[in-house]
Write a protein that binds this ligand. Structure first.
Ligand SMILES: *Cc1c(COP(=O)(O)O)cnc(C)c1O
Length: 390
């Protein structure tokens, strides 16, 4: 009975063309990868700066193994708090200009653990409709009242705050760069609204860290409002090319999380070699402007050309460039035809995005060459015309 139910559900997904399966990558991550046994140009990773296969990170891992070994053997609260953990947190607090930093084993765990420990059933959370699933799950687990506001709609957010009691703890939570749309939360307006209503602010910089801000600190710095944001969460798993997550915040909140955040407490510390790699990535992000410059040059070039060709790239202003193809079947066909020509761009459909907004999600990397971009543009235009998208 149990297995029959599961099998029925999978069958339905298959019928709707929504059943998903893992496909294999046979090479290290880069602008070109070996995928499903052929070489393709990669336009779907979050490895914006190409650090996921950078030899400097590799070297820091080797040195870490020699110093600290491999496993961290226990929760960080027991005996698993290794030198690399401390070094990374100190460096991040300095880089972001916050009192303190705490790292988590992943971005998912960070959001679930931060939100569910800091907020409870008496509190109210205001959440952008397109926030990442890990934020949604953290809010659910917290038991707080959820008020969802329309994507980037500041008037709606303001109204919702207006209509709820200032006597309750309230917090606005938003992605800073949205993972499927590539647009940016107006943190200047959000912090202004929060101050007016005496409300906390938490942001998720997963796609902004290493990409936005003069030195890659993220959107808080891009807008210059870092001092008005209570909780700056982000990950080392995207532009930093490593794994794990951070929360840059006050000493008080860090202390509280160490004592109450279950996804921090009840899990083994990250292998120190992972945090050593993240630390090296932070150093590169802070000191090497050339990678970020290249990323943004490529991004501007690609988006301008796509728009000129007549594609709808929504309000993207980052290296995440959606190409709207409302019909999910056409979208999947488009992606497959690109793959047949050696170009990997994923088709994103409901329920990952709202109905009627299926899209190709193209992400640009610093390591793409102009030739890569021109070739891809040419093929996108040909297939786009053939399928009546442009
Ligand atoms: C990827 C992502 C996460 C999850 O981070 P992981 O380190 O991959 O677990 C959280 N929030 C956002 C906005 C993301 O894009």
């Amino acid at each position: 009975m149990f297995e029959q139910n599961l099998s029925n559900i999978l069958g339905e997904l298959e019928q709707q063309g929504l059943k998903r399966a893992l496909r294999d990558t046979q090479s290290a991550q880069g602008p070109r990868i070996q995928f499903d046994d052929r070489e393709v140009l990669n336009f779907c990773s979050n490895n914006y700066l190409g650090l996921a296969n950078d030899s400097r990170l590799g070297q820091s891992i080797v040195e870490s193994i020699q110093r600290e070994g491999f496993g961290s053997a226990a929760s960080r609260l027991v005996c698993g708090n290794m030198p690399s953990h401390r070094a990374l947190e100190e460096r991040m607090a300095r880089f972001k200009g916050t009192e303190a930093c705490l790292t988590y084993s992943s971005g998912y765990m960070a959001n679930v653990g931060i939100i569910s420990s800091l907020f409870g059933k008496d509190d109210i959370i205001f959440s952008d409709r397109l926030n990442h699933a890990s934020i949604v799950d953290g809010i659910r687990l917290s038991g707080a009242t959820l008020k969802r506001y329309r994507h980037l709609d500041m008037e709606h957010l303001d109204q919702l705050l207006e209509s709820t009691s200032a006597l309750r703890n309230r917090c606005i939570i938003t992605d800073s760069v949205f993972s499927m749309d590539g647009d940016v939360a107006p943190l200047d307006k959000i912090t202004e609204i929060a101050q007016r209503h005496d409300c906390q602010v938490m942001i998720d910089e997963a796609h902004a860290f290493g990409v936005m801000g003069d030195h890659g600190q993220g959107c808080a710095h891009h807008f210059g409002v870092q001092d008005q944001i209570d909780i700056q969460m982000g990950t080392f798993s995207k532009a930093a090319g490593s794994f794990g997550a951070y929360v840059c915040t006050s000493r008080l909140i860090r202390d509280f999380l160490i004592n109450r955040s279950r996804s921090f407490i009840y899990t083994t510390g990250l292998p120190p070699l992972v945090t050593a790699a993240s630390l090296k990535a932070v150093e590169i992000i802070e000191e090497d402007q050339s990678l970020r410059q290249k990323l943004w040059d490529n991004t501007h070039y690609m988006r301008a050309a796509l728009r000129l060709a007549g594609f709808n790239t929504l309000s993207s202003s980052t290296p995440i460039i959606p190409i709207l193809i409302p019909d999910p079947d056409v979208c999947v066909t488009f992606s497959r035809r690109m793959f047949d020509q050696g170009i990997l761009i994923s088709a994103i459909r409901p329920p990952t995005v709202p109905k009627g907004t299926s899209r190709l999600r193209l992400t640009v990397m610093a390591a793409h060459t102009k030739t890569d971009l021109d070739l891809t543009l040419n093929r996108l235009q040909n297939v786009g015309k053939d399928l009546g998208v442009i």
